[in-house]
Design a protein around this ligand. Structure first.
Ligand code: GBH
Length: 462
């Protein structure tokens, strides 16, 4: 129900954006068409045991062939913004060298289709699908990848800058670096902690190089930024080891990105923590100036928050390796199908803390959403109460953060469609629109109708 929506939207700015987000590999399919080469995710999907159910991205939502229908769907849901990502292996198949016009043409048509429907296109240049050839050359731990990313970014930018006003360089560099190179949970599946820290720096360097070059080539004032996955790290108690565990989690999750982006230096406490683990950020002269190139918008992706303890189950504060213990403690909240706790107050606390620590940085929520076990009726309709309630409580959390002074300019729901949920395959569904993977039929869920109504009420109020 939309009762309470009036309160919710009353405090939102008049020009607040409403939209939906997706990413290329999660929806496009068509992995070998029009000159596209494999990305690290194609390779990872072929690794036995990597993806639940043995799922792969070969077809996904078949968006590559159904793009106009999907744009019409976005329009029908009353959304004014669509955030999508561009697949690097389509645009520049070898990760270096010439542009592939056939691959670029898809995004050219997508932008035109969006503009024809009155939807503002928001381009993310990198949402995790590194060309496999660049991984073979070392991937993000290799400094050269940052320069390759900037070159690729300019190919997309030059083609679309006449029509696209809002640009995100990277989606969630934490995931690329840590899930990909430290924890082996995402492509390319490596477990090499010191290399992952090198990846962190090279991702940020790639962002800085691309931002600087795009800015120089901007035909007019464009909004350029980066999207981070960030959360609130609560200490389990006031005890010093718990407070320190929360500090370390916040350092590796939030400040290691935002401090260099906004203040031009890495946080000293995080650098010291990394040194204790035998890892170092491979900073060269001039890197930090590039990374701190001014951005116009910070994209915030929020799913949940966690509580951290510095004590293990036996009350010890040091591991066998001599490192401080870091353990997550349940907040005892209801959970989604991802087993993630539902923590809307962590969203408010996060947004308020960013506004305080990094003043003057406008934010847009570039992803927020949840997976639940969906049960379609005979028409494919899903009355997704859980997902709808999640949107309500998290929109209220955004409104509360604005009320407390945070500068938040919009909200993009994750995701338009059920899609390839990375290592979880197709089992976990984040869509506000159901996808029947046998027929590719799309059916808006209750949560989509709810967001549509909220957006329309907000628009008619202004
Ligand atoms: C987003 O990532 C992605 O941008 C999007 O593609 C994806 O579909 C969506 O979320 C839903 O998963 O327990 O150590 O992993 C969010 C990734 C998930 C990263 C939660 C941080 C918690 C820490 N985030 N994760 S850990």
């Amino acid at each position: 129900s939309v009762s309470g929506a009036a309160d919710l939207i009353a405090g939102l700015p008049a020009d607040f954006r409403w939209g939906v987000a997706t990413s290329a590999y999660q929806i496009e399919g068509a992995i070998a068409e029009d000159g596209r080469t494999p990305s690290i995710w194609d390779t990872y999907c072929d690794t036995p045991g990597a993806i639940d159910n043995g799922d792969v991205g070969d077809v996904a939502c078949d968006h590559y062939h159904r793009m106009p229908e999907d744009v019409a769907l976005i329009k029908s849901l009353g959304m004014d913004t669509y955030r999508f990502s561009v697949a690097w292996p389509r645009v520049q198949p070898h990760g270096k060298g010439p542009v592939n016009p056939a691959g670029l043409a898809f995004y050219d048509k997508l932008v035109d289709e969006l503009l024809a429907q009155g939807i503002d296109p928001w381009v993310t240049l990198y949402h995790w699908d590194l060309p496999q050839e660049l991984e073979d050359a070392g991937g993000w731990p290799n400094r050269d990848t940052a320069y390759r990313f900037a070159d690729y970014s300019m190919m997309v930018f030059d083609a679309l800058k006449d029509r696209v006003n809002t640009w995100t360089t990277l989606n969630e560099p934490w995931c690329s670096a840590m899930l990909g190179y430290a924890y082996g949970a995402h492509a390319p599946g490596r477990r090499e902690f010191p290399r992952a820290i090198e990846a962190v720096h090279h991702l940020l360097l790639g962002h800085g190089l691309a931002t600087t070059r795009m800015r120089e080539a901007s035909p007019r004032k464009l909004d350029i930024g980066i999207t981070l996955n960030v959360a609130t790290a609560y200490p389990a108690s006031d005890a010093a080891p718990d407070v320190d565990a929360a500090r370390r989690a916040d350092g590796m999750g939030r400040r290691i990105y935002l401090d260099p982006l906004v203040h031009g230096h890495y946080p000293a406490d995080v650098v010291a923590d990394l040194a204790a683990e035998g890892a170092e950020l491979p900073i060269q002269k001039g890197d930090l100036e590039l990374i701190a190139a001014p951005i116009d918008v910070l994209g915030v992706n929020y799913y949940f928050s966690q509580k951290f303890s510095g004590f293990d189950e036996d009350g010890k504060t040091t591991t066998d390796d001599g490192l401080p213990v870091s353990r997550t403690i349940p907040l005892n909240k209801p959970r989604t199908a991802m087993d993630w706790e539902i923590v809307p107050e962590g969203f408010t606390d996060l947004l308020v803390s960013i506004a305080k620590d990094y003043p003057g940085l406008p934010m847009v929520i570039t992803e927020n959403g949840s997976a639940f076990e969906d049960t379609p009726d005979e028409n494919g309709f899903v009355a997704d109460e859980g997902r709808t309630a999640y949107f309500t409580s998290h929109l209220a959390a955004v409104a509360e953060a604005i009320n407390q002074g945070a500068d938040i300019r919009g909200y993009l729901a994750w995701s338009l469609l059920d899609n390839f949920e990375w290592a979880y395959g197709y089992v976990k569904r984040f869509g506000i629109v159901r996808v029947d993977y046998d027929t590719q039929v799309r059916t808006p869920k209750q949560s989509a109708l709810y967001l549509k109504e909220i957006a329309e009420r907000h628009r008619s109020n202004r």
